[in-house]
Design a protein around this ligand. Structure first.
Ligand code: ADP
Ligand code: ZN
Length: 377
């Protein structure tokens, strides 16, 4: 009768952060085992599920049953889907709701959803009663390979994306591949861009594997998904274990992101451009910049663009919703990036596929020139 006890994760990855260490479990149908898996590792008297209305339609009942079966009392808060949810206003409402429900220190927040739900729930967990347990159940490819690993939590400021937040590690991450079956194709592709990022940063063998198998992965083949998610999570967890608070090497994970965040902010965090789509464009800009600076062979830059195109990700910016991209505005947003040091933005550049590095001395006129050629050319 209790199916959940038979469900085993296909992969288990430890994120080693001393007393904040935790496991990422990857597998099929883990959602139905969530209650047992949570009860095994975390003492919790009650769980608050935070999700969005799309994800709850598909998966809330299964998670609730699983928690009930494991004897974990639970409640659910359903947010609006979309990046606009990561606002002060929604954050305030979420905190007040959970506090009014009588939350206690021994309770756990469970983020059931994509990056948006994960980011705001993690931030809520880090601030409610000065910090309560939280568990991530990422349901987008993007969240499974990236945003659910490493403890970055965030909401958006009116000046830019993710500028407010904290580093706060979950107690457990459960990535259930089968939840990707209902994910819209556009979202799956956007998450794929973030997967490719790992190959480009430090694993050329993984990039070659993606060139060969990306198409099957995107068709939902479980073994391919497991390999890609596990490889990405392993790389991220190793980097995070070395540099939890991004004082150094962790910044490599931002390949393409200085540009991506500026593009997203410039179009106003709506569905015009998804984060992963902006990352694909941002990665191509970073490779082009590296090539223009004489650092990266043009053949590698072309190979990256070819792969993105071949699986259906655009490498050129979309039209601006108001008709015209403004280079000054993008440059200003780049100057507001979290990685700015002494007023100078930091870029992640590339010496070739699998070999990224952090550069704090990129001439801004080169950046402007590249943006003009790309956006106005
Ligand atoms: P990201 O992880 O890309 O930051 P979001 O949290 O913004 O993603 O989720 C992207 C969109 O996909 C949202 O509209 C969300 O409600 C929806 N979504 C998330 N996971 C699933 C899923 N497994 N099935 C269907 N829709 C989903
Ligand atoms: Zn990202």
């Amino acid at each position: 009768m209790k199916l959940s006890s038979k469900i085993e994760p296909a992969e288990q990855i430890r994120v080693s952060l001393k007393e904040r260490s935790y496991d990422i479990l990857i597998g099929s149908d883990l959602l139905d085992a969530a209650g047992t898996l949570i009860a095994k590792g975390i003492e919790t008297s009650k769980a608050y599920i935070v999700t969005d209305s799309n994800v709850s339609t598909h998966y809330a009942n299964r998670l609730i049953s699983s928690l009930n079966n494991a004897g974990i009392e639970n409640d659910i808060i359903i947010l609006e889907p979309g990046e606009k949810t990561k606002s002060f206003k929604v954050f305030e409402g979420l905190l007040n709701t959970i506090i009014e429900k009588g939350v206690e220190r021994s309770n756990t927040l469970i983020a059931l959803g994509g990056g948006v739900v994960g980011d705001i729930t993690g931030f809520a967990a880090s601030t409610i009663l000065r910090g309560i347990n939280y568990v991530q159940i990422p349901t987008t490819l993007l969240a499974q390979v990236d945003s659910s690993v490493g403890g970055k939590t965030a909401i958006n400021s009116s000046s830019g994306k993710n500028l407010i937040g904290s580093f706060y590690q979950p107690k457990l991450v459960l990535a259930d591949l089968r939840t990707l079956e209902t994910l819209p194709e556009r979202e799956l592709l956007a998450g794929y861009a973030e997967t490719v990022k790992y190959g480009l940063i430090g694993d050329s063998v993984f990039f070659s594997w993606l060139e060969k198998n990306g198409e099957n992965l995107l068709k939902g083949e479980q073994s391919y998904l497991i390999h890609a998610i596990a490889t990405s999570c392993k790389m991220k967890s190793e980097i995070v274990a070395q540099d939890e608070k991004e004082k150094g090497e962790r910044a490599l994970l931002n390949l393409g992101h200085t540009f991506a965040h500026a593009l997203e902010s410039e179009v106003g965090f709506d569905n015009h451009i998804l984060h992963g789509e902006a990352v694909a464009i941002g990665i191509c800009l970073a490779f082009n910049l590296s090539t223009n600076l004489g650092l990266c062979p043009i053949s590698d830059t072309e190979r990256v663009q070819k792969h993105f195109r071949s699986i259906g990700l655009s490498v050129e910016p979309p039209e601006h919703p108001s008709g015209e991209w403004k280079i000054d505005a993008i440059m200003k947003l780049i100057g507001l990036d979290k990685k700015v040091v002494n007023n100078h933005p930091v870029f992640i550049l590339s010496k070739g596929i699998g070999s990224s590095f952090i550069a704090d001395d990129v001439p801004l006129n080169e950046v402007r020139q590249l943006l003009e050629n790309t956006f106005l050319g």
